[in-house]
Design a protein around this ligand. Sequence first.
Ligand code: AMP
Length: 416
Amino acid sequence: MNCIDTYDFAGKKAIVRVDFNVPLDENFNITDDTRIRAAIPTLKKVLERGGSLIVMSHLGKPKGPAEKFSLKHIVSRIEQYLGVSVQFAPDCQKADEQAAALKPGEVLLLENLRFYAEEEGKPRGLAEDASDEEKKAAKAAVKESQKAFTAHLASYADCYINDAFGTAHRAHASTSLIAKHFPQDKMFGYVMEGEITAIDKVLDDPARPMTAILGGAKVSSKIGIIENLIDKCDHIIIGGGMVFTLVKAQGGKIGSSLCEDDQIETAKAILAKAAAKGVKLTYGHEVVAADAFSNDAARKVVPVDDIPDGWMGMDAAPSTIEECKAIIESSKTILWNGPMGVFEMENFAAGTKAMAQMLADVTAKGTFTLVGGGDSVAAVNQMGYADKVSYVSTGGGAMLEYLEGIELPGIKAIRE
Ligand code: AMP
C-alpha cells in the first residue's frame, strides 16, 4: 500500500478528499476550523514533495447549489494555514482547465461536492408521493450518472488521497468510489492514518487490562459497539442515560429516568453476554438524581436502583466515580465514548468532568486513552482535556461504526 511519506509526488497532481465540513455563522465566518487545521499536514506534505493539489470536500447538507454551503467561504482560511494562494473551481465538474493548468506547489479547491446528487448517489427532488417503482428508477439513474461524476473527478489527477475520516463510513463518489480509478496510486492522508492507528490499537491488540467507558443517552444507538467490545474488553463501565435501561432490566426502580422499554430484552442479553465472557460490567451504585430535566432542578444522590418516583438519574454520583477510579487506574488501555451524565447542564457535568480528569491522570502515567464519538469529544474539548488524553477521534459516525467492527467503505477502498 502507498504511504504519503514515501509516495513520489514530484510533478504529480493529487486529488485529496478532506473533511472541510466546518460550521459557519450567518455571515459565513468559520466558527470552528479544527477540521481545516487537521488536514493541513497532509496538504503541505504533497506540496513540499513537488506535487500540486486538487482539494475536495462537502459542506453541510445542500440539496443542490446554494451560497450558504459554498466552499468559497473557506478559501482564505486554507490560504492562511497553507501559506500559498488557493484557486477556486466554482463547479466541481467543470474544473478541467484549472486542474490541467496546475503547476507543482499550486492548489485548487473544488466547490462543494454535494451540490451534485451524484456525490452521495441518492436521488433528489422526488415527489413525496412517488411510487416505489419511481423511487427505484430514480435511484438507478443517479447511481448510473454517479459513475461519470466520479470518473470526471478522477480525470483531474494522477493520484488520490483520502484524508476525510469523518465521512469514511459513507460509500460516496469522493470517499470510496473514486479510489478504483487509482489502483496503484491511492493512499491515506495523516488524519485517516492517525485515526485508524489509534482505533486499531484499542480494538486489535490492546495493552491489558482494557476498559471501555460507554455513556450517552441510548442503549439502542450503542448496542453494536457494546456487543463488539464485550469480546475485546476486560471491563465495561456504563454511564449516562443508558444505565437506567440496564437497571430496569435487572428489576431496579428508576423513577422517571430515561429508559428505552423496547431495549429491556437487549439489555438483559448484554448483561448475560458480559457475564458469560467474564467481562466486568459496572455502572456504580449511586446517581445524582433531579426532580426535573433542568439545570435548576432539585438534586440528591440516590441508589441507582432505587430512584424515587418523580426523580430522574442525571449524572454519576461521587461514589460511582470513586468505583470507576479503581478500574481506570488499573487499566492499560481505555476507550471512552459518550458522557456520564447530562453534561450540557452545569449542575450535572461533574461526573463527565471527573471522568475526563481521571483519564488525563492515567494518560500521564502511560495508559493509552482514546476518546471518540460525538458528545464525549465535545465534553473533553469543552472541559479543556483534549490534549491530556492519548487520542481524540474527529469522526463521530465513522468512529462509532468502526468500533462496531464494521469495515468502513473509505478505508476498504484504499486497502483493497
Ligand atoms: P450520545 O449521543 O448517545 O452519546 O448521548 C449524548 C447525550 O446523552 C447528551 O446530550 C447527554 O445529555 C445525554 N445524557 C447523558 N446522561 C443522561 C441521562 N442520565 N439522562 C438523559 N440524558 C442523558
